[in-house]
Design a protein around this ligand. Sequence first.
Ligand SMILES: [Zn+2]
Length: 260
Amino acid sequence: MREIAWVFVDNLGRELEILLNKTKGMWGWMKINLRCINFECHEILEVDLNNDFRYQYTCKYCDTVTKGVLTLQRFQVLFDLGIICLKKGFYKEAVSNFASSLERCYEYSIKRILYNNDKTKEEIEDIWKFIKSQSERQYGAFLFLYYNVFGQKIETPSVKFRNDVTHNGYFPTEEETIKYAEDIFNAITKILFNIVDLKKDYEYLLPIREDEVYIDYISFISPFDFFTLTDEGSVKNNKPKFHERYRIFYENENLDVAVG
Ligand SMILES: [Zn+2]
């Protein structure tokens, strides 16, 4: 039996049936690949991306129920979605996801710095309310906090380009989108290179309940990329390169990353 997703009428008045199996690749970019928690099975399962990153899914191979939280920050998922849109040719959407990713990285950094300075989760959330819906204020708060701790000024890259795409209806080319992705990637990795040194953990950003587990997931931007394994252990000296990472994502579709 054919599974019809929906029917639409084209500009000549013809009814076109869109079949589910044909559209899967085209419309399925809000899915991510997560593994079954049963180590004897460990199959990759396609799961709908949701807003709070909490998941409960049943394995179709062994019936094991996995209940847990993604070991990810929102800025990582947004960047991955940007990469998926880029690969599929949705350049406008890609730019928007990359821009959001950097903004959420600012939020993550602000909270991480405050937490490291012994502010409680409640105190942080309480003051965050003042700037929650204003991204320029968030950037301002980030700029000064980060400068105070690390002595570096982080600039938001390609603001005019982002505004043209997101507000003025500009359609970017593939080349422009890749360049923008690289600029955002460089800004985020520059920030994280310092942030990963902060002593206090950020567990409260990934709260876990008693009956949950952390679900592993490899993101395009990974804090582990800053470290190199040596005989003495791991050393933080590595600055990840966008094009290397992009090539891996393109060539190895089997990585446990969000799929398009
Ligand atoms: Zn399983």
